[in-house]
Ligand binder design. Structure first.
Ligand code: SF4
Length: 167
């Protein structure tokens, strides 16, 4: 997997201070994509997991990690993304995990592969759905268009109902 970028700390990609990994490659090709170059699976640099984990481990300000892209949960990236989240949690067990995806949670729940199932177990908050230019609203917090949802994945699973975070 290649990565399009990494922020050691950010407060604009989820609640609280977070590290942010942007993976390369996205099959959705949304018109108006905010990160068009990251649609290419060969864009960016080789993902050096150990180096990124070391940087996270050394940064005590962080409360969580956000995985963005590109598309973290496409079939090309999902396995490596899940392994990365699990390895991050070995050094930061209390980390809160956000993930941006162009898929809806319903589409992800319909998948039968182990990697996607594991992803939905490891991710706390999923910002789901493609970016839709006609529903773009710069006032939205942590998302680009009105169709996207900021979903509390664990709560949704517990009460068997898609539940959005109140932000
Ligand atoms: S899902 Fe995100 S990265 Fe992929 S094309 Fe749409 S806006 Fe761009």
């Amino acid at each position: 997997m290649k990565m399009a970028g990494f922020y050691d700390e950010s407060i604009s990609n989820g609640l609280g201070w977070r590290a942010v990994l942007f993976v390369s490659g996205c099959p959705h090709h949304c018109p108006g994509c905010h990160n068009k170059e990251a649609q290419d699976f060969n864009y960016g640099t080789e993902f050096n997991k150990q180096e990124i984990i070391k940087r996270i481990e050394e940064n005590s300000i962080l409360k969580g990690i956000t995985i963005s892209g590109g598309e973290p949960l496409c079939k090309e990236n999902v396995t490596e993304v899940v392994e990365f989240i699990k390895d991050v949690k070995k050094v930061r067990p209390n980390f809160n995990v956000w993930c941006y995806t162009g898929y809806t949670i319903e589409e992800l729940m319909d998948r039968t592969d182990e990697a996607t199932k594991n992803a939905l177990e490891e991710i706390d908050v999923l910002v789901d759905g493609k970016f839709k230019e006609e529903q773009k609203d710069p006032r939205l917090k942590f998302k680009g268009s009105k169709n996207q949802r900021i979903i509390d994945v664990k709560m949704s699973r517990n009460i068997h109902k898609i539940t959005e975070l109140a932000i």
